[in-house]
Design a protein around this ligand. Sequence first.
Ligand code: S3P
Length: 179
Amino acid sequence: MTQQMKRPIIITGFMGSGKTKVAWELARRLNLEIVDLDNWIEDREGRSAAQIIIENGERAFRSIESKALRTLLETNAADIIALGGGAWIEETNREVIDQYGCTTVWLDAPFEMCWTRIEASAEERPLGKTREQALELYERRRPIYQLASIHIQIVNETLEDLISRILTELRPQIFTDEH
Ligand code: S3P
């Protein structure tokens, strides 16, 4: 009996919630292809998400981000996609994710955990410049992240324990048994 992937896995959550790290570790454990959406955009645009936002504004970045996500799904380029923190917030992106039958995982990290990481990489995250701005965004986005199919509350634990917890939730949703 072999296990077949049914559909791509999407990792979402606020800036600093650990999406990229978790996605890479899941990919390693499951032997799957992973794409980090922001990195993919940076490779193609020759500029980081932060640079695009600073130079052309958030709307311009969102448009590039939506096209990139659609392309990745259309071309079946990855089994796991780590989104940037705002990608899931756009309704058109959630629609295309739904259209491709993806399983979505929300990494729900406490604000202080996210903020510590945002603060440490301030120039990479122009939408979280101050604590107040980041907190307002965090609160505003929570109900939308909540729409993801799997909710993982992040606590202080090892990466290994976190991945085990995610796999327990994910496995029944992403694999079909082929006889
Ligand atoms: C953003 C999050 C960033 C990046 C861009 C916008 C956001 O990705 O896509 O700066 O709107 O939350 P990370 O979540 O990886 O920091």
